[in-house]
Design a protein around this ligand. Sequence first.
Ligand code: ATP
Ligand code: MG
Ligand code: MG
Ligand code: MG
Length: 572
Amino acid sequence: MRATRFFISTLKEAPADAEIISHKLMMRAGLIKRLGSGIYNYMPMGLRVIRKVEAIVREEMNRAGAIEMMMPVVQPAELWQETGRWQKYGAELLRVKDRHGRDFIIQPTSEEVITDVARSDIKSYRQLPINFYHIQTKFRDERRPRFGLMRGREFTMKDAYSFDRDVASMQVSYKIMFDAYVRIFQRFGLQFRAVAADNGAIGGTGSHEFHVIADTGEDDLVYCPTSDYAANMEAAVALPTTTERVAPTQQLTKVSTPGTVKCEQVSELLGISLDKNVKSLVFAVDGTEDGSVKKQLWLLLLRADHQLNEIKMHKVAGLANARMATEEEIVEWFGCVPGYLGPIGTKLPINIVADHTVAMMTDFVCGANEADYHLTGVNWERDLPLPMVADIRNVQAGDPSPDGKGVLAIQRGIEVGHVFQLGTSYSEAMKATFLDENGKPQFLQMGCYGIGVTRILGAAIEQNFDEKGIVWPAALAPFSVVLCPMSYDRSEQVKTETDNLYVALQAAGVDVILDDRGERPGAMFADWELIGVPHRIVIGERGLKEGKLEYQGRRETAATAVSVDEMVAFIQ
Ligand code: ATP
Ligand code: MG
Ligand code: MG
Ligand code: MG
């Protein structure tokens, strides 16, 4: 590539809205250009990096046996209504109407569409296992788009979906994807960590996130340096500071409440399990003094990371109109501020109803917000003293590792990949079955696997920069080598040697750009240092007199003289 036939557009200053280094440098290096909030043009230089990311992802997906296809960006609402995500996904889901008034969405992910493909085209166990993927534009109407491509609204994701005949086989598919992800992030040349993750709204049975390690990451990662234990703080098993446990008097009772409540685990503290799967306490409130809250089911969400400031209150009755409770409301209901709900057993100014039976604090209903099940008869009063929510705290550095093999450390990470065991949640909702060996229909066992292709750019830069600009890992650089001739247009010798080297490097398969713009050396060097090209070769009359060129690696502080004849071999 010749610079005069390419598009290079660098800036001295980053725009004011760029807060973190990767966003600043991507803007300054001309990799992206903002079009609207969370929406960017991928400029030619940035697109080259995106294509490198995609190529590695594609190669490793194909190697792992996944099959590439392409699902539409615009998807009919009906599929999303079938799984209930039309309602559940909330404001992040961009909904649009066509000219006939029919509802569509702009895909934030593609479970529904691929399950629709599977239910019509997978008929027999003989077609399994199978794994489809695409690299496609996503749209999520993020509450707070920021950090450039890191949290955009429109972005590119690689999403893969596996289909299997049974759980054991689904777990094999999951492991294959997990291993492929390890190879992908190794090939990117980034420092990363795979951690156990919260399943979030997708649901399912097991999941891991892949994080690029960076102080600007939005997630806290808990890991044990002397063992394999690693988890997102959201999924880390918090340790109670009290050994006192309050046992429920009754476990997992199916109730006929029209509300939608489910509990899988017996709680250990406050009648709630510390297990990562149960993060909520559901109870009914029987009126307040002014009568404004009457016989309603409420769900108190305790995040798995037990960040007390994140305790949230949702109205359960009809989850669609759930909302956060304000701190004032929590104070009103519990007589204490969020984060100190401990004494509610004794101080609560309102009655708590279990199973619609008025009871004081002795009889709780708790569980997660899934259909049909909740835990009744949770007795908080037994075995006093009451444990307090305040005793549930974040995992802290120095805590013992849950595997008993050391102590925990904490670092921040950027989520760049996420793998899920979905089980049959989508296939059941959408009736996607196959016939097993006995000709009996079975629900397909699914897994899904995402990589934030465009987010990788930001994450890579957060890990690789200096005061001059980006320092791309070799695998992701937009160009591997830049040729910087001194007076390309004025010196015949320089021009000839430069052109020869350019042709030779190209022939050797090196991704080279020749800067023939005629810029001053200082400006030219500054541009390429900002853009972060790993190798620079300066071609000047002075060096050529001795048959030498000047080579400098992006991280090096001084140039090395390399003879003209040896340069191609030197670069490779
Ligand atoms: P986050 O926690 O950052 O919001 P997520 O858990 O919602 O991400 P997933 O649904 O797991 O995201 O999607 C798979 C991958 O897509 C993520 O691991 C991430 O790399 C990428 N991704 C998700 N949201 C965005 C976004 N707004 N901008 C860029 N990449 C994103
Ligand atoms: Mg998200
Ligand atoms: Mg996440
Ligand atoms: Mg995720």
